[in-house]
Write a protein that binds this ligand. Structure first.
Ligand code: HEC
Length: 164
């Protein structure tokens, strides 16, 4: 009888400890999921944007953004699109200059190309040029002077010569 009780106690202890361990694993995993860093290959990280930032490329990119991205990332990149709250982790605030300055163009390009659940991959749906255009457009959220909704004060097409 006493050995039975002891055994019982032992089993319960083991169960209890395993439960604790399990909870810890789940918590750590959840925390890790929340801000797991994007792993971007070095050579992609270093890529330079081949597309020049002109009014027309930004305008085209804006159109794509409104169609493909705004539902999650929000019209102004705040991560507050109508679908954003259905997702965890949610999209980051693309207007946060401090955060955006820590990523290279290549990284943004990679993020758009590959996606990561729940964000879809756009490698097949958009051409490389379109994705690079989106990189410029996404950047413009954290550089408010550059863009977006303001009426262009030059009505002529500035596509060809931007500065030099
Ligand atoms: C279904 C919703 C959804 C759509 C559509 C979507 N995204 Fe995302 N996007 C997300 C989520 C959620 C994350 C965060 C994923 C993570 O950190 O694991 C993300 C991440 C990003 C990031 C990295 C910064 C961050 O938020 O962590 C960039 C840049 C980005 N998306 C750009 C775009 C662009 C450009 C498009 C359109 C071509 C797009 N996304 C379409 C949901 C979406």
């Amino acid at each position: 009888m006493s050995t039975d009780a002891q055994l019982n106690l032992k089993t319960r202890k083991i169960l209890f400890v395993s439960l604790l361990v399990l909870i810890c694993i789940v918590l750590v995993y959840a925390g890790f999921q929340k801000d797991r860093p994007w792993v971007v290959p070095v050579e992609v990280k270093k890529l330079k944007n081949p597309i020049a930032s002109t009014e027309s490329t930004l305008k085209a990119a804006r159109g794509i953004y409104m169609d493909e991205c705004a539902e999650c990332h929000g019209e102004y990149g705040k991560g507050d699109g109508p679908k954003a709250m259905m997702h965890s982790p949610g999209p980051a605030d693309l207007t946060d200059a401090r955060q955006m300055n820590t990523v290279t163009d290549g990284e943004i390009f990679y993020q758009i190309s590959e996606g990561r659940k729940p964000m879809p991959s756009f490698k097949k749906r958009l051409t490389e040029d379109q994705r690079w255009g989106l990189v410029l457009f996404v950047r413009s959220f954290s550089q408010p002077a550059a863009v977006t909704d303001k009426k262009p004060d030059r009505s002529k097409d500035a596509a060809v010569s931007s500065k030099d």
